[in-house]
Design a protein. Structure first.
Length: 282
């Protein structure tokens, strides 16, 4: 695996080597890699001659400074995992390499419509602008034919798809299924910040998504969401949202009909750690 630290070096490697963009599968990450990330690399490996991963903890997408400060970093172990998974190139830039003129210079506004202000966008204002800023920059440097994202960050997938579509970029988005621990907890870099008791409690999140799945076959969903919210609160979570929404637009749904199955989404805090998860309903 080749490691590039400077955007210019990676860009010229791709351009001078006359690599066909359609041969590149790209997996952006913030590091502290787990099997969720590695599953994306493995899928990209099967589908592309050249697999590029990036590790960059992007400051502009954090809305909570302490979340950014506490974000885990395990670069050496990450490099070993990427090599083992068959990644060809790792892009590992510094903040100064990515934002040479400062974090707020040349800030473009991305028109994400309601996706910017609902669910994650509501509780983390500015988050998706930061996500678009970094993904746009990375796509400019790498110009991949395929971009691999995890369903774990459902709204992020829709946001990036929307950005790629209005920027008219030649990259297709492949959404890979959420990888879970054996007890159902969605793998996340933030899970290492859970104490053993919190870790145990965290399994309740996926149980509640399954409960929604089993109890949302038809009719009014408002009551069901109230029950789930109450159960999560009683269990000690601070609930930001529990919602059932269109899997295409993320507009919330009050009544279930026979259209495309909706997606249930949840965001909670266990003490200081914020967890999100989602499940496409049957
Ligand atoms: P992150 O490092 O958290 O920014 O995640 C990088 C990519 O890995 C994103 O596309 C995530 O959606 C994806 N990802 C994170 N956790 C999981 C998981 N448990 N299963 C599948 N993909 C994941």
């Amino acid at each position: 695996m080749i490691i590039f630290k400077h955007p210019k070096d990676l860009r010229s490697y791709i351009q001078n080597g006359a690599i066909d963009p359609n041969s590149i599968g790209f997996v952006p990450t913030m590091g502290a890699l787990h099997n969720g990330h590695i599953s994306l690399i493995q899928t990209a490996r099967v589908e592309n001659p050249l697999v590029v991963a990036s590790i960059f903890v992007n400051p502009t997408q954090f809305t909570d400074q302490s979340d950014f400060d506490k974000y885990p970093s395990t670069v050496e172990a990450d490099i070993l995992k990427l090599e083992k998974a068959g990644c060809d190139i790792l892009f590992l830039p510094s903040v100064a390499d990515i934002y040479p003129n400062g974090l707020t210079a040349n800030l473009q506004q991305y028109n994400l419509g309601h996706l910017d202000t609902i669910l994650e966008g509501k509780y983390r204002p500015g988050h998706f602008q930061g996500v678009c800023q970094i993904v746009h920059l990375l796509l400019d440097i790498i110009s991949p034919g395929k971009l691999y994202l995890g369903q774990k960050d459902y709204q992020q997938c829709l946001v990036i798809k929307k950005m790629i579509s209005f920027l008219n970029l030649d990259t297709s988005v492949i959404i890979c299924p959420t990888q879970r621990e054996s007890d159902g907890l969605a793998m996340s870099s933030r899970n290492v910040r859970l104490s053993p008791i919190e870790r145990e409690k965290a399994t309740f999140l996926f149980k509640m998504l399954n409960y929604i799945n089993e109890n949302s076959k038809a009719g009014d969903l408002e009551k069901l969401l109230q029950i789930v919210q109450k159960q999560l609160t009683e269990k000690g979570f601070r609930v930001e949202y529990v919602a059932i929404a269109s899997q295409l637009t993320l507009e919330t749904i009050q009544f279930r009909d026979n259209q495309l199955p909706p997606v249930a989404l949840v965001a909670v805090y266990i003490n200081q750690v914020r967890l999100i998860d989602n499940l496409i309903l049957n």
